[in-house]
Design a protein around this ligand. Sequence first.
Ligand code: NAD
Ligand code: DAU
Length: 357
Amino acid sequence: MSFVPSSILVTGGAGFIGSNFIHSFMAGNPDCTVINLDCLTYAGNLKNLVGVEQSLRYRFVKGDIGDAALVAGLLENERVDAVVHFAAESHVDRSITGPEIFVRTNVLGTQILLEESRKHWQSGRVSDFRYLQISTDEVYGSLGETGFFTEETPLTANSPYSASKAGADLLVRAYHETFGMPTLNTRCSNNYGPYHFPEKLIPLLIHNIINRKPLPVYGDGLNVRDWLHVRDHGAAVETVLKKAVPGSVYNIGGNNEWRNIDIVNLVCDLLDERLQRAAGENRTLITFVKDRLGHDRRYAIDASKLKQDLGWSPAYTFEQGIAETIDWYLANQEWVTEVTSGSYREYYQQQYGGGAR
Ligand code: NAD
Ligand code: DAU
């Protein structure tokens, strides 16, 4: 049995993963309306949505998930039957220097979205309803040399970012257990791909290599992350939304573990070729720097439940995905310049008037 949404509220759809999701979801679901609620923090960029924003099935609303009246009005007026909640503060380093906004957005904002969703679902305005919480493997904490996170792994978040995401996940669970609300929860590994803000490792490396700037590697560079193409993440989310039994939790990942230093070397070498630099030239930019506080050592996702229950598996090989991603950044250097200078905010003013925060 499949759930077929007709009007979906996507939060954080101007960010990296949300915008990629909207592109593919709109292309694959021609009868569904998409409402994108995003308050446009530094990470939100409407230029990520060029190509869908003229569609009559798409609406952008600049606003905060913590604005209960706004959320309630959207759910009712747009007859929303699915909420897919991407909006968050997402960068671990920022959560170490300024945790408060992480709690406000990721915990309190989620609670407000849940509460308004509960009222809307219980009003009976729509015949069926789903609330899907986008979460992260970081809620499980850190692994040693072996083993994988499963959906049964206890939540042992270590950074203020991951603690705020774990708090949100527990609220989602509570709304299902307490009210019987049809919630879903996905926990994905590290994403890479187009529209990735260049504070995160892979786009930062590409940007710095192009500009011959140092490549900061935290600590000994031996921390391990499990990388998945952002479009594979989106496809998995869509699968869970349509096929999963309410109340369930699914890990999302592609069995693709890399030590940071190996990713750095790989990106250096692929860009040596593309920028016609001597073999090994980009590696000379590598600079080991002070480690991130509380730096989780290893993440590795066991996504077999998703594969077995719902038949999802990734479409991209890492070889293909990383090559395409590098090529996308080379072809879209203007996008990177705009997001690093902040000038992309002017685009919002031209399109919608007013100011982005
Ligand atoms: P991002 O930082 O690129 O985008 C976040 C978006 O949320 C931005 O457009 C921002 O403007 C918006 N936003 C922030 N606060 C808001 C608020 N109060 N109201 C409305 N909009 C708000 O993040 P991302 O990397 O695309 O991550 C999206 C989601 O996926 C997050 O929930 C994150 O925890 C989760 N996740 C990310 C990864 C990853 O590798 N990036 C992996 C697993 C899970
Ligand atoms: O695992 C999923 C998570 O992946 C998401 O929940 C987060 O939202 C997302 O930001 C990401 O978190 P990470 O902390 O793993 O990603 P980041 O790109 O910041 O760092 C990846 C690894 O690279 C990590 O071990 C830290 C290291 N690093 C990062 C940066 C920015 C460096 O060595 N140098 C850097 O300059």
